[in-house]
Design a protein around this ligand. Structure first.
Ligand SMILES: [Zn+2]
Ligand SMILES: [Zn+2]
Length: 217
């Protein structure tokens, strides 16, 4: 019904039909670069350079949160355009290669007040889409134990908040790769401590897939 009243416009070129048209999707995918998720230096396919030490072993990120990607994320996170998870998910699927069968998708849990504001759990929707398309199981192993709000926080505050943010619910298997899915990486603290919580619970392999990298101003 909503889409009849207000048809979606492409975030890149304004074409009527969807939040991201095929051409603009292709433009983003064709510009994919393998850079370190933490320091953004060019690196190998692991997505983490040799100098950055992180509690996860591989990482993928579609690109910087600018231009079309920024507008698409804005619609999804702040303008309640729920259906944009598919376009964001397709971009992530184009970035992450074929995955082995022992991968389990783990969404980075969203702050509860943000779910209430939006009416949906945006990271969960995205993670479910990835799991469905790749035919991999999804487990909500992580829970938020603090009610943090990060939008205006400084790097130091984010770090302190993220450090105490997560607990693991359920059993973690040793021969399983846990693929964390999140929408935006800023300082990297959230993904780092989400991975650390899983490691502390016994996980041996953690990978991370994130839609966009946000540079702090
Ligand atoms: Zn377009
Ligand atoms: Zn690096």
């Amino acid at each position: 019904m909503l889409s009849v009243i207000a048809p979606h416009l492409c975030c890149g070129c304004g074409k009527v039909g969807s939040t991201l048209c095929g051409n603009c999707k292709y433009d983003i995918i064709s510009e994919l670069k393998t850079v370190c998720i933490r320091c953004q230096k060019p690196c190998g396919e692991r997505g983490i350079c040799g100098s950055c030490r992180l509690p996860y072993e591989r990482a993928w990120c579609v690109g910087e949160r600018v231009g079309t990607l920024q507008r698409l994320i804005g619609l999804y996170k702040f303008e309640r355009v729920r259906s944009a998870y598919k376009d964001l998910g397709d971009l992530l699927l184009a970035t992450v290669p074929d995955l082995p069968a022992n991968v389990v998708i783990v969404p980075v849990p969203t702050v509860a007040s943000h779910i209430r504001q939006r009416g949906y759990d945006h990271t969960l929707l995205l993670a479910r889409y990835i799991a469905r398309k790749r035919q991999l199981p999804l487990r909500r192993l992580l829970v938020r134990v603090t009610k943090t709000k990060q939008r205006q926080a400084s790097a130091a505050v984010r770090e302190a908040q993220a450090k105490a943010a997560f607990a693991v619910r359920g059993d973690v298997a040793k021969n399983t790769v846990y693929l964390l899915v999140d929408d935006v990486i800023t300082t990297g603290a959230t993904v780092k401590y989400a991975a650390k919580a899983l490691k502390d619970a016994g996980a041996t392999q953690i990978w991370a897939a994130v839609v966009a990298r946000q540079t702090l101003d």
